[in-house]
Design a protein around this ligand. Structure first.
Ligand SMILES: Cc1ncc(COP(=O)(O)O)c(C=O)c1O
Length: 375
């Protein structure tokens, strides 16, 4: 079963059940299976399939989420303005450059709609995060996918070559999901400089906080330079608030206004306050980054030791070759009560593993060793 979260949401909406219930139904065979092959009920699985950050929310965000309950009867307008002001200051842009969304996913969908409607051509890597392109399809977009290169990086020369007079937008997920790889800001700057002015470059920096390679950094300076560039950020990853739903875009005021106009939802008071609190919780953010990067090294060191091929990750997940169709590894890990990432064609032997807590990483590595020993 190969479903994106949005597809699950749609499926669950149609079935009038929660996304989690829809997910469980879609993974009915994913209950832990004991050594004798019998499924054992009641144990919570180790969830390493959604690129969530299990350390969050931060202590400051948790406190404000609880204390906000009495204010849930109020509309959130003032709180939205407060968060926008804080984000504008953090990013060093006027407030008219910031658009807040119910997760950056909402903004990706809105951008897919804006640029894809009426047959607009959108270029994206393959594989990449599919929320924008999936939504753009519904708006009638023409999608052009450009395979990643041998290192599983965005192939910018090939993406540039794919640009046609019909191209309205190029989506660059940096670092990329599901490969985890990242390209330099310099490469993106020169790519944007080569594009016709009317083409929008959408740079999704959801995982940038986990990058530790020189030159891999934000390209918000392109927005400041007046380019038609939209930079996207989320509170779902390093801030560990995927369930709270908050993301934002940084763009030129004209592009920001177009984007804001096609959003479908209003941000909620919990997300606005928790986002503001989390931005101020430096100790949490620093600690999370340190832990994720340390566990990432632990995982890649072990992959190396076991002779597995993997992509160079700059994220809170690692994409690696299991050596056989993913379903085999997926099933084996389920027998150990561990849920791993889904299939990302054409990488049919590869697995995307989210970096969980330290004990979860240890459990995953034990599973990986056991799988390798038996194969
Ligand atoms: C690259 C990328 N962008 C955006 C998102 C969406 O994040 P949000 O939770 O803010 O909607 C995700 C979620 O996994 C992602 O992987």
């Amino acid at each position: 079963m190969d479903l994106s979260r949005r597809e699950l949401l749609t499926a669950s909406a149609l079935a009038l059940v929660s996304p989690k219930a829809a997910w469980s139904a879609a993974h009915a065979d994913s209950r832990p299976i004991a050594a004798d092959g019998a499924a054992s009920a009641g144990t919570q699985p180790i969830v390493l399939c959604w690129n969530e950050n299990p350390y969050g929310p931060s202590p400051a965000a948790r406190a404000i989420l609880s204390s906000t309950i009495p204010n849930a009867c109020r509309y959130p307008d003032e709180e939205i303005e407060k968060l926008i002001a804080v984000l504008a200051q953090k990013e060093n842009f006027p407030v008219d450059h910031i658009v807040v969304g119910t997760g950056s996913g909402e903004l990706l969908c809105a951008l897919g709609f804006l640029h894809g409607k009426g047959g607009g051509e959108i270029i994206a890597a393959e594989p990449t995060y599919a929320e924008l392109t999936n939504y753009a399809k519904h708006a009638g977009a023409e999608l052009k996918f450009v395979p990643v290169d041998k290192q599983l990086n965005h192939d910018l020369p090939a993406m540039r070559a794919a640009v046609s007079p019909r191209t309205r937008a190029v989506y660059i997920c940096n670092p990329n999901n599901p490969t985890g790889t990242a390209i330099s800001a310099a490469a993106i700057r020169s790519f944007v400089g080569s594009l016709p002015d009317a083409v929008t470059t959408i740079v999704d920096e959801a995982y940038l906080d986990f990058a530790d390679t020189d030159g891999v950094q934000t390209v918000t300076d392109l927005v400041g330079a007046g380019k038609r560039v939209v930079v996207l950020r989320t509170f779902s990853k390093i801030h560990g608030m995927a369930g709270v739903r908050c993301g934002y875009a940084i763009a030129r005021p004209d592009v920001a206004a177009q984007l804001a106009a096609v959003r479908m939802s209003t941000a909620n008071i919990f997300a606005m306050r928790a986002a503001r609190a989390s931005l101020g919780d430096e100790a949490f953010l620093t600690d999370t980054r340190r832990r994720i990067i340390a566990s990432r090294k632990r995982i890649t060191d072990e992959l190396q030791r076991l002779g597995r091929t993997y992509a160079r990750s700059q994220t809170n997940f690692v994409f690696f070759d299991t050596g056989a169709p993913l379903a085999q590894f997926d099933h084996f890990m389920k027998t150990r009560n561990i849920l791993v990432g889904r299939l990302f064609p054409p990488y049919n032997n590869w697995c995307r593993i989210t970096i969980g807590t330290e004990p979860e990483t240890a459990a995953f590595l034990q599973g990986l060793q056991a799988y390798t020993a038996k194969s």
